[in-house]
Design a protein around this ligand. Structure first.
Ligand SMILES: Cc1cc2nc3c(=O)[nH]c(=O)nc-3n(C[C@H](O)[C@H](O)[C@H](O)COP(=O)(O)O)c2cc1C
Length: 193
């Protein structure tokens, strides 16, 4: 049977009207069109405490951190829309990564990140579209063994960028985002050929 890439899509925002949640869905549609099986997860549905090593020592991984880690383990690809807070990664995204990075007994170190293929994107009402934050996110993911693809998309003036149905007003931007999803699916197919 033909290999079907499994891709996990999520945004580093909790906000219900998050631009980045919309953005990652556009890329997810591109991945689905390329034959991938995409799971979207909203981090608001997986609230996690701030990482605390004492808490981990006492209770192990919190339930939702375990759920997030299991989702990562079950997928080979990642589509991440990362909002920029103060020129960097958001706390919610870093916190989810920190919890997932902790090895449970018997698990390979960084096993849920190792060899994952990832594409990054960002949306911001500002003039740089969250581009500075992506530098940090790329660096973190690269250091925990994720293969982050070179292409990325940053959407500036995000409050003006979306149609009511969630697509992009700018056809080129729509195509670039769909292509991000396509590139993760295509790379995974090549790696698993
Ligand atoms: C604490 C905080 C810091 C922010 N810093 C930046 C920033 O450095 N650069 C930027 O472009 N936008 C910044 N913003 C604005 C966010 O880009 C904006 O809130 C955006 O809508 C967040 O993404 P979301 O819509 O996916 O939640 C900041 C917002 C907050 C709340």
């Amino acid at each position: 049977m033909a290999y079907v890439p499994k891709i996990l899509a999520f945004a580093g925002s909790l906000r219900s009207a998050s631009f980045n949640k919309k953005l990652v869905q556009v890329a997810a549609a591109g991945a689905r069109a390329a034959g991938a099986d995409v799971t979207y997860v909203d981090l608001r549905d997986l609230p996690m405490p701030i990482y605390d090593e004492d808490l981990e020592t006492q209770d192990g991984l919190p339930t939702n951190a375990r759920k997030f880690k299991d989702l990562l383990l079950a997928h080979q690809g990642l589509l991440i829309a990362a909002p920029e807070y103060n020129s960097s990664i958001t706390a919610v995204l870093k916190n989810a990564i920190d919890w997932a990075s902790r090895p449970a007994p018997g698990e390979a170190p960084l096993g849920c990140f190792d060899k994952k293929v990832c594409a990054l994107m960002a949306a911001s009402p500002g003039a740089l579209g969250g581009l500075r934050g992506l530098v940090t996110v790329r660096s973190i993911l690269g250091n925990i063994k994720v293969l982050v693809l070179p292409d990325q998309v940053a959407v500036l003036k995000a409050h003006e960028a979306f149609n009511p149905d969630g697509t992009m007003k700018d056809a080129n931007q729509q195509a670039s985002l769909e292509q991000l999803g396509n590139s993760v699916a295509t790379m995974l197919k090549k790696l698993n050929a």
